[in-house]
Write a protein that binds this ligand. Sequence first.
Ligand code: ADP
Ligand code: MG
Length: 873
Amino acid sequence: MERVAGGAGADTPLMQQYREIKARYPHTILFFRMGDFYEMFEDDARLGARELGLTLTSRNNGGAAEVPLAGVPVKAATEYLRRLVAKGHRVAICEQVEDPKLAKGLVRREVVETITPGTVLTDDWLVQSRNNYLVALWGGGDAHGAAVGIAALDVTTGELVLEVVATAELEASLARYEALEIVVPAGAALALPPPARGATLTEREAWEFDPELAREDLTRTFRLASLDGLGIGADDRPALGAAGALLRYARELKPGGLPHLTRPTLVRRGDVLPLDEMTRRNLELVEPLRAGAQGATLLEALDRTLTPMGGRLLRRWMLAPLVDPAAINARLDAVEVLVRDGRGRERLREALDGVRDLERLAGRAALGRATPRELGALRDSIARLPDAAGALGGLEGRGRAAHLETAAERCDLLTDLGEELTRALVDRPPAQLADGDAIRPGYDRELDDVKNARDGGKQYIASLQATERQRTGIATLKVGFNRVFGYYIEVTHAHRERIPADYERRQTLTGAERYVTPQLKEYEAKVLGAEERIAARETELVEALRRRVADVIGRVQATAALLAQLDVWAGLADVAERERYVRPDVSAGAALVLEGSRHPVVERMMPRETFIPNDVRLDDAGRIILLTGPNMAGKSTLLRQVGLCVLLAQMGAFVPCRRAAVGVVDRLFTRVGASDNLVRGQSTFMVEMSETSAILHGATARSLVLLDEIGRGTSTYDGVAIAWAVTECLHNVVGCKTIFATHYHELTQLTEELAHARNFNVAVREVGDEIVFLHRLEPGGADRSYGIHVGRLAGLPAPVVARAWEVLKLLEAGHHVAHQPAPRPPDAAQLALFAGAPPHPLLTELDGLDLDKLTPIDALNRLASWKKRLEDI
Ligand code: ADP
Ligand code: MG
């Protein structure tokens, strides 16, 4: 039907059609429907074949050169689509929009939907516990110089967020959205920071970012006279520009539009604590440092939410801690009420337990995509609301938390929608509309009538066997149904003589004949016609239910948002009680006081009560702590637990301490030296230094800076020198709260010159030449590194350890080591190892080492390799 030959050298009409459509979808893989396949051509075919492991073939193209081709069967297309989108590709689905049998010439084709990483709607492609934000950025034009507008949309829930940030803070803000796709103006020299790497970049025409267009779009969408009603002012222009392009793009991809779009939430500068990528990673907030590690993140330790929207909200709050003490305390009030009333909390959590993904279910319904089963899930979730509201209303001391009071007042039980869904849907609605029987009998007169007609017809046909047996006297006569011939009467050959005159023969089998009668045909037509009308009516009714949800989408979203908050607060309260967390005293003061603080994640990996709590205090008098101690003492753990406690407090959660007072910080920086950050293609030391310099530029007196072994990536002297200078700068210029963990005990001298710096060490006890890690923080600096102790603990052979002690003594006494003779070990058995000529190769190597250039890590590695070689001897 579609084989139309083209002239020499020209494309066939089919290829012409393909090219016309393809031209409108650059940077997008076009799935071009041809019968039972979606075909990809040319570059798309090459790309698709590579990404999906398909065979690349070619297609005759009339007189022109053959074109490369790869295809996937329509039946299996979903899985291929999922894989392409997961790899960051955009895919446009081009369907045949007329029946090929009826088409004159070429079948008409149109793109019906484009799927991209940021606009996925298919439920099981999405991670339930996190938002899938599509983010647009706009530089804001000359007038706004250093400001960048961010607009973020979660297509699944309709949530829209607008934010304007200083260019320098774009990285931290962007990171919060964890976007898989970012929309930017074509060719705009917007240098995108690291969180953008790995995301799919979508370029749009510059004019689409015009704030005026966005203004029109938003006022029209929300039926407003001006944007003042949304709290959007002149300063928000950059975000408005971004929103314009974002909404245009999203509407273009989803022909159904965005019926569930929420009024935009505005994030103002200073609302949230910026967390840059390194801090997020080093504190292991939502992702473990070692990919795949289980239970290593703060989110996992903290997440006791019961609903998907609660899980998503917790993640959002964790990545966006607050700064305003009043806002933080309002959240803490809610958690506290729920901690104190354990039974009330349990009641609330029981009610929440049955609530499904109200946000996304409602979104899918509004977008016209909810299946009958999903509408049923929505109904069942609504059915839980009275219990949740009851539990909320009954909470003891609820009046002490304004958030809970408002929640109780505003809680919309969606009774009308729930009743409608209950009346309309059967108890267990089918997974797909096509499966039929989604609507409850008695709900719709028309549907019931057609169903009756169908059932009457079926009954007549069922009774026909008995009446016909009587009429013909053929006891073995049967009435049956098959897909090809429909209903029939079957009579074995033995009775052929007795068939009545009105029987028409349809089919001959080996032992029998099949007949129909005009009356049977008539009923059959009624039954089949009825089936068609039933399907059509069910579709209409389900679509009406979806519209019904869409009509009240704002109310459903508000209830979902409320439940999400309750879920998070109840979950945080649950953790607080189980793990003995306390409410931090959060204020605008400068001091940070953590008494008996623990690391919320590390403590869970050990038997209960074995983690050693520590007291930490940072205030104006002592705002810098130089934390020394040997490797393995617990410096990094302490440093991170301080960061985590502050972050927990500022997101409005209880903290793992005996007592805590937190003066809010405006920035939180965490840097770990020599972390294996080779992905960025810079030497680790270079990375370390550029990150450190970012802190020196970005930190204020209100910031908290946590530095772990900065300077380790270079030689000892360089490292100590840099660490020294950085600390001086933080102390004298920035004036922020700082903890600097280092095993360079040379740095302890710093406190002699810096008035606000204090030495602390994580204690170890020496027992003979063994050391025991106490994990206890003590005032004062560590006086030595204990590197050789650690080497011994790690299993270095005794002679090597003994020799290391000798070398250390010589070094400490200022001797040149190389020409000092090695004393003879007393043990004869070890003579073979150290004496005799030529010297043992290990000794030669030790002799050749330049200890000044050797970092402690290198030393350990080298010792380990020697040990290995010794074992091999
Ligand atoms: P460092 O940074 O000083 O080399 P780490 O912080 O990495 O040491 O801690 C080493 C190990 O010591 C941790 O993996 C943990 O198991 C244990 N540890 C650290 N702090 C404590 C503590 N307060 N109580 C109990 N164990 C701890
Ligand atoms: Mg460490």
